[in-house]
Structure formats: C-alpha cells, structure tokens
Design a protein around this ligand. Sequence first.
Ligand code: CTP
Ligand code: MG
Length: 197
Amino acid sequence: MDDGKPFLDVLIICAQAIWFMLPSIMCNPFAVLFGGGTPIDGGRKDGKGRRVLGDGKTWSGLGWGVLGGVFIGSILVQIRRFGGDAIGFLTDFTPEGATLLGFIGPLLALCMGAMIGDLASSFGKRRASMERGAKAPIIDQLDFVAGSWVFVLIFFPQWTLGTFSGWHALAAMVLIPGMHLSTNWIAWKLGRKNEPW
Ligand code: CTP
Ligand code: MG
C-alpha cells in the first residue's frame, strides 16, 4: 500500500482491523446484557477453595455472547454486500467468494474463540486467587482478541492470513482496549457491571 498517503493507509488498516474484530468485540456486551444464571463451573472449586471460573461465567452468557457476535457479524456482511466498492476494502467474512452463508463459519470461529478466550482468562484469574470482577489490565481487554485469533487461525488459516496482517493485529491491540473500557464503563453506568472497567 505504498500510495504516498501514509495517514490514509493507517486509517484503512485501523478500519479493517476494527471491522474484522467487531463480531468478537460485540460478544461480551451481549453476555453482559443477557448472561447470568447457572455458572459454567456449576459452583465447583479447586483444591484451594477457589472457584474454577466463578459466577461471572455463565452458560447463558456464553450462548448469548456467541449468538450476539454472529448476529452483529451477519449485519456487517449485509452492509458490506450492499455497500459495494465504496467499502470493498472491508472483509465480508466469506472465505470462498460471496456464497450465501459462507460467512457463518468464520463468524462462529471468531465468536466462539472470543468467549473461550474470556473463559480462559477467568480460569487464570481464579488460579491467581483473583475474585470475580477483579481487574486484570490488558488481559481483560485482550483475552477475547487472542481467543478469536487462535480460533480463526485454526479453522480458517488461509483466509485469516490473507485478510488480517500483523499491522491489523497491532492496530487491534491498541484500539480495542480503549473501546472495551468505554463499553464497560457504559455497562457499569447502566448497573449491569459491578466495576467500571
Ligand atoms: N457474563 C456471563 N457469562 C459469560 C461471560 C460474561 O454471564 N460467559 C456476564 C456476567 O454477568 C459477568 C459480566 O458478563 O459478570 C461481565 O463479564 P466479564 O467482565 O468477563 O466477567 P467478570 O464478572 O469480570 O468476571 P471475571 O473476573 O471472571 O472476568
Ligand atoms: Mg471482568
């Protein structure tokens, strides 16, 4: 992209990175809004009396998170298709051309990865004796990002490598913590979260 307009290139990279990650980004808000109820660990504790995952990780949160992210992604696919050339630089999440439902696989991988990355970090936090909701800067904001990347790289390696470069990853790692913090702050204001982060 050596078009002599580095500022424009950076903007495009940022837009592509956020667009690609938007389904994953939307998983947690859906889990926050519609989650709750039975915890995934069923209340189980480890040998030291610490919860395996904690009450913040529920089956309904997992399900609604994945569904919500795939739903948002499906809307992005439609926007991308109707937007045509003007937004042709954004991915349509469809590995093999514009097939009718070809985007579902990558969206599922992104969103399952996001929610499992989030579970993995809660598991780690509990092992470090951190209570539900305890702040783990950077980890809290990027756990789902890492989970999404692992999943799309496993299930759609060629599409992922052809769509998402190291520059996109860098942009995502800078922009997402900022966005994540602001949505959490809104959730806290709405009384859906106990902490503003
Ligand atoms: N949530 C859920 N199920 C999930 C993920 C999230 O029900 N699998 C809901 C819970 O109400 C949770 C809230 O979304 O409290 C915020 O999610 P998150 O910040 O990931 O959880 P925390 O409560 O901060 O817990 P942890 O310390 O384990 O991250
Ligand atoms: Mg949290």
